[in-house]
Every structure is written in C-alpha cells, then in structure tokens.
Write a protein that binds this ligand. Sequence first.
Ligand code: SF4
Length: 348
Amino acid sequence: MFSLYDETKLKAFLLEHGHKNFRYAQIEHAIYKDLACDFDAMTTIPKELRELLKTACYFTSLKIKSSVTSDDGQTTKFLLETHDGRFLESVIMRHLSGRNTLCVSCQVGCPMACSFCATGKLGLTRNLDFTEIVEQMMIAVHHLAKEDKKLRNVVYMGMGEPFLNYENVKRSIEIACGQKKLDLSSRRITVSTCGIVPGIQKIAEDFPQVSLAISLHAPTDEARRAIMPVEQTYPLDRLMEALDEYVAKTNKRIFYEYIMINGLTDRPEYAKALADLLHGRLAHVNFIPYNPGEGSSDSPMQPTSKIMIKKFQDALEAAGVPSTIRHTMGDDIDAACGQLALKEQEGK
Ligand code: SF4
C-alpha cells in the first residue's frame, strides 16, 4: 500500500494498469482542490478506478488521537498516531488578522536534546515520511474548510529538526507549494532549525523564497552550549558565517527565535551580546516567553519577567534590530512543541 500523496508511485501504478496521464491529473485535483476525503468522494474518476485505488493506496495513515481547541478558539492542537503506534503533534493557529498557520512536525521526537524543550526529552524515534508531513497539512486543510477558512502559512516548528530529515521536508514543501497541489506561496513557508549548517546551505539552494528561522536562544558559545548540544558541532561563528552566506544568496531576513528563561537566557549582559551579534545583519528576533510546561513537569525553569524582555528589546532597538514578543497561544492546551506527545509517552 502507498500514500495517495506519493505522486511518483501513484503515476507508476496508473501506468501499470493502463490508465492515461489525465487520470493522475483528475485524482490530484480531487485530492487538493475538491478536498475529497475518501475514494468514494472522488466522483470525477470512474468507479472501477476508485475501486482499484482502494486496493493499493490510502488517503491517510495518521489517526487523530485527540484534538483540543483553546478557550479563545485560536489554537487547535492535534495529537496524531502513526501506523506504527508513535505520537506526533501539529497545531493550527488562527491569527486575529485572519491568516491561519499550521505548525507541523517532521520527526517523531528529536535527537537534539535542547534542555528547555519537551520534544528533546523524547529523543528521536524516527523520521517522518514526506507523506506523513503532508497528511498533517491535509488534516488542517480539511479542519479549516469546515470553518470556511483556508490554510495560509506552514511552519516547520513542531517536533523534530527539519534539517536532519531534509529530503522528506523538501518533498513536503514541494507538495505544499505545488500549483496543482496545496498551492501555498513559498514565502509563507518557514523552516526552523537549531543551527544545522549543511541544511542551511541546502535550503538556500533549493528554496530561496522559503523563510528561515534559527533557534538561537543564547548569544554566546558558552551560554548556548549550556542549553543546546548542537553548539558543540556547529559553534556560533560557524553558524553565523553560514547565515551570512544564506542572506547574501537569498537576500532574505532571518528570524531568530530567542526563548526567555528566568536567570538562564535573560541575563542582563546577554541583551548587549545579542544586540552586538545581530547588529548590521538582516535579522528579526522573536522573543518567546518560556512556557513552564515545556521542559517537563518537574522542570526548574521559569519564564522571564516582561520587564526583562523589554530590556532585551530596547538593546536590540538601539542596535537597529527589529524584534517582537511571540504571543503565546494555546497555553491552556499544552500547545508548546512536544508537550502532548511527552504526556502520551509518559502515560499521563
Ligand atoms: S527545540 Fe527543536 S531542535 Fe531542540 S530538541 Fe526541541 S524540537 Fe529538537
């Protein structure tokens, strides 16, 4: 059995059974434009072909284990179960401006072990196939369609490190942006990495329009090493050199994510160090107030004060670096990356 989202396999299957190319185009249209949710709803293709497809391929392998919407209605989090009994998460964020964003996972768990992250506590189980990433998008597209809404943005900021599953992430972006497929603008796709340099180099070549976010979270090698093991492989000077090359090639502003954890990442001297690091660079910093549920239930980490975030913003403003404070959505539903899957794994 293979996924309907696997164009190569589907085309080969149709050819093998004597069907002309236009049949693939009809199926593609039924999936991505008519939003058929099962074979019987694909009424533009003959019944015999629908029956044949049922014998060889499937619409979805992911089961929705639970979906929870926050009290304000802005955030819906899906806990999804894979065919081999693993758990992953994706989150729809409905912004007040009307745009709808989906945060997708690209791995079950994550090997990068960032100390502030619930997914990092899980370790890596396996990479997701590109069809499993696309399935997350299709679940969101169907969910939003019931509300008469459309998916506009996709961010690869859920579970996993996208650049450690590059080929599957690449194929899923191709489907997200394919005109005959989901037809999202590549400018509305954001891939977030903790700083895997070869991935940064590849994405600049493959998708120069796609936005890049860097999980920076600390402005010096020493501070970064204390919370992000990736620093040992790709220290800050190597990372910044790769990012400068990325900007030279794409002319795109890079989004830097900076988590504000009391006494750890928000030390007063780090405000200046961060401003010095990004001064003169095409950058935008997103400050993320630490979500206390994120690390684990017994995590000693605490969110920083609003006053301290403001001090960091002032230092950046003086250095000419724009910044925003990320509005934390879905606190009441454990919407931070990995929290639900961690609870599921721990049987809570
Ligand atoms: S922050 Fe990202 S890279 Fe780090 S452990 Fe969590 S999912 Fe992995």
